[in-house]
Design a protein around this ligand. Structure first.
Ligand code: SF4
Ligand code: SF4
Length: 420
């Protein structure tokens, strides 16, 4: 670890968090747990990982929602989602990657090579995947600093692609078994499938609360919870999030809302927002909007669809895993019509009034997919705005102006619908 540089990172986070999160009014009491997790992001959770490692438990870092946490858990290792959500790490990423790589890739690589992310430093293995080109090349570079295992994700969803992904899961199991000396048994995998399904269920419960007309929680807080799900201890996360959801249910029945009811309800779709990327949600929610759902890997793509728990053999369990994971509609697939169907479905389920399409700069896949999504949403009469932005706050004022104009247009639509 480069402790001096790491301290610079830790100096800015509290003020940033205070401004974005703690300044919110009327937050649920249950958010105190997540405040605590953030305050200890480089403290207690790291200590837990170190304690695991002292007991010879391996730590496995992942970047993409296609990597099956069930397998990591079943082999007795600990999985942590690695973030890359801050521009703090981009300059170090640019030392080894082209400047016109997406911020997520640059920051992820920068976090490792700068020696300032204790999660990265705790990992025994990093798992990459062949999703976008930027990531594929980044794994080759990261492998110079830390062992990397790459899962070859197919880019289509035919039967042969499913069989290929099952093979990749088997190879991943072999890799983890060799690294840990532990065996993945049917029993252990069944327990892990059930645990990770429970994490999905509690996230779904959280998101269901956001379908309410009166919103019991802000979009920013819901995003933070999704981001924390990637690295918190799963059992504790499930327990704490269920407790929070009990409070949200009570708020809904007591008609408590964190937003004015006239605030336009916004569905955000697009590239993932890795912690601490809270920028767009913060701008939306301080410009008069309310984020009700994220069609994103730090949102619905992470928890929708459960793994079938009825498989009787290891092969059948692997098939069930493959079936569930290949239901994720990432823009790296072609065609990816399932994502368009998801956006329209979620727009209706969450009673949204408009869609914000978010892409990180230089993210070709999501930027190129915009046209297909726009054409389909136009046909449905769903208003959408595209915001391409990185981690730096320099363009925040400009985005705010655009969003305010978009929200005004949504309000005009709403008034027109009332008077019809
Ligand atoms: S957007 Fe695609 S590549 Fe990125 S984390 Fe999600 S599934 Fe993985
Ligand atoms: S945001 Fe886009 S370019 Fe960046 S890692 Fe994800 S898919 Fe690749």
């Amino acid at each position: 670890m480069d402790l001096e540089k790491h301290d610079q990172l830790c100096e800015v986070l509290p003020q940033f968090y205070e401004e974005i999160y703690l300044s919110q009014e009327n937050r649920p009491e249950g958010m105190n747990y997540y405040n605590f997790v953030v305050s200890e992001v480089h403290g207690l959770r790291i200590k837990e990982l170190v304690d695991h490692k002292e007991k010879d438990v391996k730590v496995v870092g992942t970047f993409c929602v296609f990597v099956p946490d069930e397998v990591i858990n079943a082999v007795g290792a600990v999985g942590v989602g690695l973030c890359g959500g801050s521009d703090f790490w981009e300059p170090d990423g640019e030392k080894v990657l082209p400047r016109n790589s997406c911020p997520l890739v640059k920051a992820s690589v920068g976090a490792k090579i700068s020696g300032t992310c204790p999660y990265f430093q705790s990992c025994d293995l990093i798992v990459g995947e062949t999703t976008c080109d930027g990531k594929k090349k980044a794994w080759e570079i990261l492998d110079e600093y830390i062992p990397v295992h790459v899962m070859d994700l197919p880019q289509m969803k035919r039967e042969k692609d499913n069989l290929h992904w099952q093979d990749e899961i088997k190879i991943f199991i072999d890799k983890l078994q060799a690294m840990t000396g532990n065996k993945v048994t049917e029993e252990k995998l069944a327990q892990s499938i059930s645990l990770i399904n429970e994490r999905r269920k509690v996230l779904k419960r959280l998101y269901d609360a956001r379908k309410s007309r009166k919103l019991p929680i802000s979009g920013k807080d819901a995003l933070l919870i999704s981001q924390i799900a990637f690295y918190d201890d799963p059992d504790r996360f499930i327990q704490k999030t269920n407790e929070l959801c009990d409070e949200l249910d009570k708020r809904i029945s007591d008609d408590i809302s964190v937003f004015n009811e006239a605030a336009p309800r916004i569905l955000v779709t697009g590239t993932p927002m890795a912690i601490p990327n809270w920028k767009l949600h913060h701008i939306i929610e301080t410009s008069g909007g309310a984020v009700v759902c994220e069609e994103s890997c730090t949102g619905t793509r992470y928890f929708e669809n459960l793994v079938d728990e009825n498989a009787a053999t290891l092969d059948k369990q692997i098939e069930a895993l493959s079936n569930r994971y290949l239901n994720i509609n990432c823009a790296c697939f072609t065609p990816n019509t399932g994502r368009i169907e998801d956006i329209i479905r979620l727009y209706k389920e969450y009673s949204a009034n408009g869609v914000v399409y978010f892409t990180l700069p230089f993210c070709q896949t999501y930027a190129a997919e915009f046209k297909k999504v726009k054409d389909a949403l136009d046909k449905e009469g769903i208003p959408m705005i595209m915001i391409e932005t990185g981690y730096s706050l320099q363009d925040a004022g400009q985005i705010k102006t655009r969003l305010e104009a978009f929200f005004e247009m949504l309000e005009t639509n709403r008034q027109a619908a009332i008077s019809e």
